[in-house]
Design a protein around this ligand. Structure first.
Ligand code: F0G
Length: 483
């Protein structure tokens, strides 16, 4: 069960693993951090990892593997077609999700590409609890729109709702009544809803969404990339799940869905992706796209070594001791930041701690990208690399060029699973606390180079005014010779 223990009255997470392979880190002096973030166009995606102390950009493809995963990678069966490795992965997926068909893909967005090609009809909509950047692009590119039907609490930064990732089922019924079932290409539920702070949905909510979809013959698609976190929260918060074993919760979820796809850069502590499907006809319609975009049907762009790692990683996803470290570290980080007055998303979710840049920098206009500014400021203060999840991560309207303002301006500090120690987390907390005390020094950003699509990946910004220099001067004044 949940491994949280008490040290002199304080609750601390306790890891149920030990670290046997390490990677040396460097912490650059603050002046060099300033040079590095300038060279990166103030976009943390463009930083060199060698210049980063703690990489909290993402949990994608950077989770620590277990010795069982590494051992399995040695027995991988290299074959273009009919690899035994593929069969092991296929069998594991059938065991876990109970769906008969599987299409491998090199990562999550490649699965979304195939789903988009086959399922998305122009001038329809795809209803989602909330969008993810790539999942939205693969709908929009086919001339359809995304409708976000998140439960109203999902967009409240602070809340005590245990399932902020729930879909608003009344809104789903209303959309179907208004547009007709044929107006929706499919409904997508995202486990551990990424962009609103890694928030879970409940089994009751998925059940209701499934009933509505199936009354109207609308396919229900589950994005299971962040399933592990959703399972953790179901196990500790969901009255329907607390007495169930994790494999039984997964089966109950899968039984409600028509398609389950995932990024195995997150699910299964590996790298890769794929689509599990129940219906043979639908499988056959999608199958042709795998050789076209990914590779042959028995590898789909994944290396055999990665497929072996995912197979073992799926078993570990069903082991509570293996999936609780991430959310418990995140809860510790969120609660400690909250205790110091730093605005964060509550309750703590999965994936990482999410700092609310709108409140942190309430003097910065939303059109000046407060979350992007805060991500740069966090790097300057600490060498910690976070990710902007705000207006910079939105896309301009394809037709009008109008830039939508994001519902939330967040800096995500992801905690890759089983990677960081609690003292590293404490360091990040302390530096962010310092930054919060000096938040008045931080200003806004403007574009130097704005790409047309997925602009947050490689767009370049500059600070408005010289606030980054002033922040570095203040750091030196307060920290002396310290890095
Ligand atoms: N769906 C969700 C919920 C995701 O979080 C991601 C990726 C994808 C799909 C796409 O998968 O990266 O394998 O192509 N999230 C990463 C992140 C990029 O950093 O949160 P992918």
């Amino acid at each position: 069960m949940s491994k949280v223990t008490f040290f002199r009255g304080q609750q601390l997470p306790l890891e149920m693993h030990k670290v046997r392979i390490i990677q040396k880190l460097t912490l650059l002096p603050v002046e060099q951090r300033l040079e590095a973030i300038r060279a990166a166009g103030h976009n943390t995606f463009l930083l060199q990892n060698a210049d980063v102390f703690l990489d909290m950009l993402t949990d994608s493809g950077v989770n620590a593997m277990s010795q069982e995963q590494q051992a399995a990678m040695f027995r991988a069966d290299d074959a273009y077609a009919g690899s035994a490795t593929y069969t092991r992965l296929y069998d594991k997926l059938v065991e876990v999700f109970g769906m008969e068909y599987f299409l491998p893909a090199h990562q999550g967005r490649a699965a979304e590409n195939i789903l988009g090609q086959v399922l998305v009809r122009p001038d329809t909509a795809v209803a989602m609890n909330y969008h993810f950047t790539t999942s939205k692009q693969h709908v929009v590119v086919h001339g359809a729109e995304v409708l976000e039907l998140i439960h109203p609490d999902g967009l409240k930064v602070t809340s005590d709702h245990p399932f902020k990732g729930n879909m608003d089922t009344d809104a789903l019924r209303a959309v179907i009544a208004e547009r007709g079932a044929e107006g929706l290409s499919f409904v997508r539920m995202e486990a551990g809803t990424n962009l609103i702070g890694g928030q879970p949905f409940s089994l009751d909510n998925l059940t209701e969404v499934s009933q509505i979809c199936h009354e109207h013959d609308i396919p229900l698609v589950l994005d299971a990339s962040l399933l592990a976190d959703n399972l953790y929260f179901m196990k500790i918060r969901d009255p329907r799940c607390v007495d169930l074993e994790i494999p039984a919760i997964v089966k109950a979820m899968a039984d409600l869905c028509d398609i389950i796809y995932f990024s195995a850069r997150k699910l299964g502590f590996g790298r890769g992706g794929g689509i599990c499907i129940r219906d043979e006809a639908m499988y056959k319609r999608m199958r042709g796209f795998v050789p076209m975009f990914e590779g042959f049907l028995t590898y789909g762009g994944m290396s055999v070594r990665e497929m072996e790692a995912i197979t073992v990683g799926l078993d570990e996803t069903l082991d509570f001791d293996m999936i609780n470290q991430g959310p418990q570290f995140i809860a510790y980080m969120v609660n400690e930041l909250d205790r110091r007055g730093v605005p964060v998303i509550t309750p703590p979710g999965g994936l990482g701690a999410h700092v609310d840049a709108m409140r942190f920098l309430d003097h910065v206009d939303q059109r000046q990208y407060p979350a992007a500014a805060l991500a740069s400021a966090v790097f300057l203060a600490s060498g910690v690399r976070g990710m902007e999840r705000g207006t910079m991560s939105e896309a301009r309207d394809i037709n009008t060029g109008v830039e939508p303002l994001a519902h939330m301006e967040l800096v995500r500090l992801a905690l890759p699973r089983r990677v960081f120690t609690l003292s590293q987390v404490n360091y990040a907390i302390d530096r962010i606390d310092w930054l919060y005390q000096n938040r008045h020094l931080v200003g806004g950003m403007r574009w130097v180079e704005e790409p047309e699509i997925l602009r947050f990946f490689y767009g370049r910004l500059e600070p408005i005014g010289d606030w980054t220099t002033r922040l570095v001067e203040q750091f030196r004044a307060d920290f002396g010779d310290s890095l």
